[in-house]
Design a protein around this ligand. Sequence first.
Ligand code: DX5
Ligand code: ZN
Length: 229
Amino acid sequence: MGNRYQIAGSILSADPLAYGSEVADALEAGVDVIHFDVMDFNFVPNLTFGPSLLKALRKRFPKAVLDVHLMISPITEDKLAAFADAGADWISFHPEACVHLDRTLAFLADRKVKAGLALDPGTGPEVLDWVYDKLGFVLLMTVNPGFGGQRLIPVVLDKARRISAEIRRRGLPAFLEVDGGIDPNTITAAAKSGISVFVAGSAFFGKPDRAAALAALREPLERLGEQHA
Ligand code: DX5
Ligand code: ZN
């Protein structure tokens, strides 16, 4: 990753009647990553979008980093292939929804997709122990999955610190992404826990001025950088 910190705008909070122009506006404002929340009314009590919207976004924005967060169950290779073929750069899924973790992560790596495991607030870090070397990233959910606009659950940041230390101990390149309740007030604590990619739904797409929203999220991170310098 070039930048030390990256902001991923979650289109869950964008205007559903205008996904194309919403993403254009976000990229214009300078967002680093587009976060694409897939929900199936089964794994979570909500339903969103699928590979056809992803494919259309990929076609219109060939250079955008598309980060697909699958909140669907069960995870199967045909579903992962559909999102990989539609143009996902990163794909994360929840271990509870997957029977053969090692095989599934290898399947994504073969398709040149950065693979991530998404952990619910109540899911422990042990699930990562035997697959760390196959992970591009870990997505730490700081809210229960299903909806935008919830409050960050602070104890998850303790888990982030533990996972971050383990990744460093093993000398691996995996990064940490945080998802849920990130805003200009909560982002500093998340960054201090070893997180480098911050998903923002309400605090980014939920705001009318995306450049201003992005600046408000980056400002505390810059201050943190100055403290370290
Ligand atoms: C929730 C989704 C999040 C959501 C975050 O299940 O995974 O990506 O968009 O929204 P905010 O930033 O509003 O908490
Ligand atoms: Zn998400």
